[in-house]
Design a protein around this ligand. Structure first.
Ligand code: NAG
Ligand code: NAG
Ligand code: NAG
Ligand code: NAG
Ligand code: NAG
Length: 693
């Protein structure tokens, strides 16, 4: 029970609190006006004037009813004013509750009142009570008794602005205030961001005031209030609006230029870019720009072009040009901005990079990058042009520290060509452009990538971009490299044809993929698994070449050692039996009836030290019935190469008994032929005459 009671108490407290809050939230301004004709004198109380006879009964003679509820909560911030011309008294107050009520004034004085209608005059002083009768429960509430001096609360009548004439820098305001007794007025002038008051002391029924030093082509709003010199200021007149007329622009547009050289045709184009004038400098609606240019040496060849665009491209030769641009509005033409352009000298303000456009509901959102090492860009100029209306373009300038922009007034379903120019004082970089629309963002799709190089510590991938309408509006594309220990992200843009990842681990597995971000979520595509090699190709080369050289060197050394050992420690002794020739000669494998004929050994071994070209040419002819067999053999030892042998080597080889023969191809010579002599070889070609079958 007690718990329920507590809950109820809490609920009721909450409700009270809520109702209190609701009451405080509703502030109802009440206003009540009484004119002289509505006031009646009470029959029994000669010092009280009332609006309704029923109010007489309850009011005490001093206007302070005893025992009746008074509530300050119901009569907050009460203020009254008296309008002399209308002979009316008006009071307004704030009532905290929203209950409908009937309000009346009770006017009382200490002395008897002679005429109630006459009490509303400028010299009157009386006590005022406001009575409020709740229409629902008929409860009566009385305000405090206010002491009223009509001369203090008299309010001048609300003035009326008759007309406002404007020039380019002044407004001529005429107003009327209906009465002669007005002694001063004030004018409140406001423009978009400021407000200023002007006091006017020389006034009459019809007054006039000229406000000077205003901005041309600016809209102003005006209000007037007046007073008698005492009492209260009148209500503000209703607002009048006026726009100052246009005036000649005072400043010349800021210029910058860039040069484009077409290497194929050899022609050169000069791009001139200018900045729209500030509103305060334009002093009107700029209707267009006058661009004139001429080679500095032939100023008579000046060409003048009128355009409403903020850019112009003209073909130029490699010489100095004189360019002038001025802006004009309906009032006239601004001073001209002059620029001397030497088309032979190419400057270098690098173009922006990575221009990417994504759609942001009603806007196109741009993003770009610049080279931080390059010249200091002072601002960026952004141009956008709808494909359906190429003649009209939008322009925007952003400061040098801003690399994003929101393009306004983009129509859905239209393709825009968007260009960004970096501006550095009077120079600017060539534009970088992309196509975009509100549905897809940049009209470029990243199809995938190829791996170009892979080393143990780095890899390079090349991207494939395609001009198309992508399926989704991608905010960013990122290339992700996911390894065992870390994941790396690289944002990729169309200007980047390839991307490099460094500091990879050797012999490690990595996964590469494209990560796309959209407003509604992320996606990934084109996944590739790679494993970095343990060693790079050049490392392998670096490692193997010394190894190969070492092996070769060792081989050479061993051969050399062998030769030296042989020569000095185990010299060869010639043993014809071990050589093929010797063997052949010693053991002639001929049959009895076969003929050996060694016709001649011609000087095949040319014993010349210089040429050292030794040939043994031995031919053996076996004449048989079936066939002739010719066995021929040649030894050719040339002066080059490892097979070189001197004559004495040869002799030793042949005669040395200890060494195995080196000349396997030699035919076997018979023992009884003494062809081999010490110190000298007599070689003759052995020729068998062709035997007739
Ligand atoms: C009542 O008047 C006072 C002082 O003049 C002011 O601060 C307050 O905001 C007014 N209250 C309301 C509800 O307007
Ligand atoms: C208003 O009432 C007070 C007393 O309540 C009285 O002293 C004063 O004289 C009255 N004012 C006038 C103008 O009668
Ligand atoms: C101001 O406007 C009024 C009414 O159009 C005209 O009579 C008066 O000459 C104007 N004064 C000046 C200084 O323009
Ligand atoms: C860019 O500006 C910085 C600081 O304003 C200056 O130190 C630097 O020299 C400038 N660089 C160029 C290339 O003008
Ligand atoms: C998309 O990826 C980014 C990191 O690139 C992350 O911050 C963001 O929370 C992701 N959004 C969604 C919807 O998963």
């Amino acid at each position: 029970m007690s718990r329920i009671g507590v809950v109820c108490l809490l609920i009721s407290m909450c409700c009270c609190d809520l109702s209190l809050k609701r009451n405080t939230q509703r502030l109802n301004t009440r206003e009540l006006t009484v004119s002289t004709s509505k006031l009646k004198l009470c029959e029994k109380q000669k010092n009280v004037c009332v609006m309704s006879a029923s109010d007489c009964l309850y009011t005490a003679s001093d206007g302070k009813p005893e025992g009746l509820s008074r509530s300050d909560m119901n009569f907050m911030n009460t203020s009254c004013h008296f309008l002399m011309d209308e002979e009316s008294l008006t009071c307004s107050w704030i009532q905290l509750n929203d209950i409908r009520s009937i309000n009346t004034f009770i006017i009382s004085k200490a002395r008897d009142i002679i005429s109630c209608p006459a009490i509303l005059s400028i010299v009157s002083i009386f006590n005022l009570t406001i009575k409020s009768v709740n229409l629902i429960d008929q409860r009566e509430i009385f305000s405090d008794v206010y002491k009223v001096n009509l001369s203090e609360i008299i309010q001048a009548p609300q003035p009326v602005i008759r007309f406002v004439n404007s020039t380019d820098t002044s407004l001529n305001v005429t107003w009327s205030s209906c009465v002669h007794k007005i002694t001063q007025c004030q004018i409140r002038l406001s423009a978009a961001s400021w407000r200023e008051m002007f006091s006017v002391s020389e006034v009459s029924k019809e007054s006039l005031y000229i406000i000077n030093d205003l901005q041309p082509y600016t809209e102003y709003s005006l209000k007037v209030s007046c007073s008698y010199g005492f009492g209260q200021w009148s209500k503000w007149s209703s607002e009048a609006r006026a726009t100052t007329s246009e005036s000649v622009p005072i400043a010349a547009p800021l210029l910058s230029y860039y040069l484009i050289l077409d290497r194929n045709s050899g022609t050169q184009q000069l791009g001139i870019l200018w900045k729209a004038l500030d509103r305060s400098d334009a002093r009107g609606l700029i209707q267009g720009y006058e661009v004139s240019y001429a080679p500095s040496k032939h100023l008579a060849r000046r060409k003048t072009i009128h355009t409403s665009d903020l850019k112009m491209l003209v073909s130029v030769m490699s010489e100095e040009y004189d360019v002038t641009v001025s802006a004009y509005n309906s009032a006239g033409r601004s001073p001209g901005r002059r620029l001397r352009v030497n088309a032979a000298l190419h400057h270098d303000v690098p173009a922006v990079k990575g221009l990417w456009v994504s759609s942001d509901g009603l806007f196109l959102k741009l993003h770009w990058e610049v080279d931080v090492t390059a010249v200091n860009v002072s601002e960026f100029a952004i141009e956008w042009r709808s494909s359906s209306d190429v003649s009209s373009s939008g322009w925007m300038r952003v400061n040098a520290f801003t690399f994003t922009a929101l393009l306004p007034d983009i129509k859905s379903g239209e393709t825009y060509s968007i260009s960004v120019y970096p501006v550095h004082e009077y120079l600017c970089g060539a534009p970088v452009s992309v196509l975009a629309d509100l549905q897809h963002g940049t009209l470029l799709d990243l199809l995938g990538f190829h791996l170009i190089t892979l080393t143990k510590s780095s890899l390079t991938v090349k991207f494939v971009w395609k001009e198309t309408q992508p399926n989704i509006n991608v905010l960013y594309y990122k290339l992700v490299l996911k390894g065992k220990h870390q994941t790396r992200y690289l944002t990729v843009f169309p200007h980047k044809a390839q991307e490099l990842f460094n500091d990879l681990q050797a012999n490690a597995k990595y996964t590469l993929y494209i990560h796309g971000e959209t407003v509604s979520g992320n996606f990934s595509t084109a996944t590739l698994d790679v494993t970095t090699p343990l060693l790079d190709y050049d490392e392998i080369i670096k490692c193997c070449v010394p190894l190969v050289l070492l092996v070769l060197g060792f081989g050479f050394f061993s051969v050399l050692t062998k030769t030296v050992c042989k020569q000095y420690f185990f010299p060869n002794v010639a043993n014809p039996g071990y050589s093929l020739i010797g063997h052949w000669l010693l053991n002639a494998p001929f049959e009895e009836n076969s003929k050996i004929c060694v016709l001649r050994l011609e000087n095949v071994f040319t014993v010349e030290q210089q040429t050292e070209k030794n040939i043994i040419h031995v031919e053996r002819r076996m004449s048989s019935v079936a066939e002739d067999e010719v066995i021929s053999s040649k030894i050719c030892t040339t002066s080059e190469g490892t097979t070189h042998r001197s004559r004495s080597d040869y002799v030793e080889n042949i005669s040395g008994p200890s060494n195995p023969p080196d000349y396997n191809d030699l035919p076997v010579l018979t023992a009884n032929l003494d062809y081999v002599h010490n110190e000298e070889i007599i070689c003759e070609s052995v020729r068998c005459p062709l035997s007739e079958p």
